[in-house]
Design a protein around this ligand. Structure first.
Ligand code: WT7
Length: 636
């Protein structure tokens, strides 16, 4: 399944278009199936309903663990680098990982988890997180990993939506010089989560925690009570593997559902090809397992390919801004996969901490999560890859499960800021507002995909209609990504950013409506409107226009802003805190009451000269007031 030359890429692409079923069947055959599938694909995008490898039976952990034991049982599967560089790391060989996953799976069973049950995982970036994820998959339980930066309220919403039976967490987490009380946050969440029967707690920070009798158990103690014998549950290819919540333009985050067979085949195929992984190499993806990047390219993709994957607990800037380069040097990392926001933030510290490290082991550099600007691309290329490592700018989404548009390292000619070409099996189309396909090159439009690939979203948990509505109803017969995109004269794709009300802040996806709802919960707030604006490091910053019952002034305004930030942190989590808050007496609304966000975006960008047509506004005067206020804000 490995593509080595551009001709092979083109041949594979052609094959995948002409005969998608034949193409994917050939790739899927390389995995271990308990029972072969009867039909490769059945689909329609109207319901939507997509099924791959129908009737096939497998367990993804047999493919990620058991099948590697004979050949590479003693090869490292996971290398763990702790937050504190002075703490000893951990290396788990495939044999050790297999053993630990089986034990953890037995702990889950002991605590009442059976096939189909949902398990919420809220953990620091420690090996036990990957182990808990795989342990769920081992017994057919559905994991729902919640990123450690989310609030108690956000955890509760996710637990309740999925009706999770068990939570796996830790006493606390280390992040840079901070210690974060995870279990305490879980305790706050669980006040409102009647479905949860057991909480399994790992000791990490030894922070004092309350342990409720009958509900809370220590992971270490539970592990003493089980054996390492845990046969893998036989799963249908279309059985649910996991739920991962992500933000959209409206309402609460939705639970994106991925299934066992297609997700395994696609993440393994894309991992192997995009990064051109060679046996023995070490892959370092800097994402958190709480996001899809971590699911697909720290855990499942690499392990399905028998790779060595590095899991890093800390942050890029602690103890100093050379931490990534320290890790690359220390472990002789071959592949580094990170986000533009990290690159931009490290660029700001200069080259001193880069140049005192040996980065010559690097072979491939990856970028993910947001558009990479030209300056960051070149800095990455010049100073990290020393102009000898291909950069793969990988475009994809939580909903796509795996990388969709990306160069294949060393095979596809790269071009700064371009995700370049679709991978085999991916059929992108650009459409105009009316859903009409825009053919040819040198064009731009809304990015859609017109044919299913194996790891396409199957549903949004508990609300299939929402899945249809969000992704399959905007343009009939197409999966709509929510992204704007241009296709240049060479047919290369460049993703230009979201065209809906979704923000991308430091690679984190945040819905404007979610932030508004959180702000509106603050006492004295009447209404708010949130937009994104260009931010040098974060990509996008969050700008909030807030109407208060009484317009606060001077010192009072600053205090109220701080309180609003505390409220947003409490409701969603610190990642959703606005960068700027401006108090206004009104918002620019049309006569039908719709907020004209276009105007608010322009003002937030500082582009007040070109606000366009404002004559349809109910009260055009409000715009001048907001403009004047924004100038004061910009100076502050
Ligand atoms: C949104 C998806 C895919 C894993 C991490 C984010 C943006 C993602 C790129 C890229 C430009 C990108 C898109 C997309 N995005 N990768 N290489 N170039 N934009 O997953 O949280 O589901 O966010 O991230 O806007 O829709 P996610």
């Amino acid at each position: 399944m490995q593509i080595r030359t551009f001709d092979q890429y083109q041949a594979a692409y052609q094959h995948s278009i002409e005969d998608p079923e034949g193409f994917w069947a050939e790739i899927a055959q390389e995995f271990v199936w308990r029972k072969p599938w009867k039909k490769t694909l059945q689909w329609n995008f109207d319901e939507p309903s997509v099924q791959w490898f129908i009737g096939g039976k497998l367990n993804i952990t047999e493919n990620c663990l058991d099948r590697h034991l004979a050949e590479r049982g003693d090869q490292p599967a996971i290398i763990w680098e702790p937050n504190d560089p002075h703490e000893a790391g951990v290396t788990l060989t495939y044999r050790m990982l297999h053993d630990q996953v089986c034990r953890m799976a037995n702990v889950l069973k002991r605590n009442g988890v059976t096939k189909g049950d949902r398990v919420c995982i809220y953990m620091p970036m420690v090996p036990e997180l990957a182990i808990a994820v795989l342990a769920c998959a081992r017994i057919g339980a559905v994991h729902s990993v919640v990123f450690g930066g989310f609030s108690a309220q956000s955890i509760a919403d996710r637990i309740n939506d999925a009706q999770c039976k068990v939570v796996v967490t830790a006493d606390g987490a280390y992040r840079g010089n901070k210690e974060i009380a995870l279990k305490e946050t879980v305790d706050d969440a669980l006040i409102a989560c009647p479905s949860v029967q057991k909480v399994i707690v790992l000791t990490r920070t030894r922070t004092p925690v309350s342990m409720i009798k009958g509900r809370d158990v220590w992971m270490e103690q539970e592990l003493k009570l089980v054996t390492a014998d845990c046969p893998a549950e036989e799963m249908d290819a279309e059985d649910m593997l996991f739920i991962l919540y992500t933000s959209g333009s409206t309402g609460k985050p939705k639970g994106v559902v991925h299934t066992c067979g297609g997700y395994m085949v696609y993440t393994a195929y894309t991992f192997q090809n995009v990064f051109q992984y060679e046996p023995g190499q070490i892959h370092f993806c800097t994402a958190d397992i709480g996001w899809i990047t971590g699911h697909s390219y720290i855990v499942y993709g690499p392990l399905a390919c028998g790779a060595t994957t590095l899991l890093f607990e800390g942050v890029p800037t602690w103890p100093d801004c050379g931490r990534f380069w320290d890790i690359v040097d220390k472990y002789k990392i071959d592949i580094l996969y990170t986000a533009p926001t990290a690159i931009r933030s490290l660029m700001g510290f200069g080259l001193e901490k880069v140049e005192n490290h040996d980065l010559s082991s690097l072979k491939v550099l990856g970028s993910v999560g947001e558009p990479i600007n030209e300056e960051a691309w070149h800095w990455y290329d010049d100073h990290i890859g020393k102009n000898r490592c291909p950069i793969v700018d990988t475009w994809w989404q939580t909903e796509t499960g795996g990388i969709m548009i990306s160069p294949i390292a060393g095979v596809t000619k790269t071009k700064p800021t371009y995700a370049t070409l679709p991978l085999p099996g991916v059929q992108p189309v650009l459409v105009d507002e009316n859903g009409k396909e825009i053919a040819g090159n040198g064009v731009s439009g809304n990015l859609c995909i017109k044919f299913p690939w194996p790891s396409i979203i199957r549903t949004t948990y508990g609300d299939h209609e929402r899945c249809r509505q969000t992704y399959f109803s905007t343009y009939k017969g197409l999966y709509f990504t929510g992204d704007g995109c241009l296709r240049d004269e060479d047919g290369y794709y460049r993703i230009t950013g979201r065209v809906d009300d979704v923000l991308n802040v430091s690679g984190h996806r945040i819905g404007t409506a979610e932030v508004e709802n959180a702000i509106n919960m603050h006492t004295g707030v009447v209404e708010s409107a949130v937009v994104g604006y260009p931010h040098d490091i974060k990509g996008q910053g969050i700008y909030a226009y807030v109407i208060a019952e009484q317009m606060p002034e001077d010192h009072d305004a600053e205090l109220t802003k701080r309180d609003i930030l505390a409220t947003v942190s409490r409701v969603i989590g610190p990642i959703a805190k606005p960068d700027k808050i401006q108090f206004v007496s009104g918002l620019p609304k049309t006569r039908s009451g719709k907020i004209m966000r276009r105007i608010l975006r322009k003002i937030a960008e500082g582009d007040t000269a070109n606000l366009g047509d404002t004559t349809t506004l109910l009260d055009p005067g409000v715009v001048d007031e907001i403009k004047a206020g924004a100038l004061v804000e910009a100076k502050a």
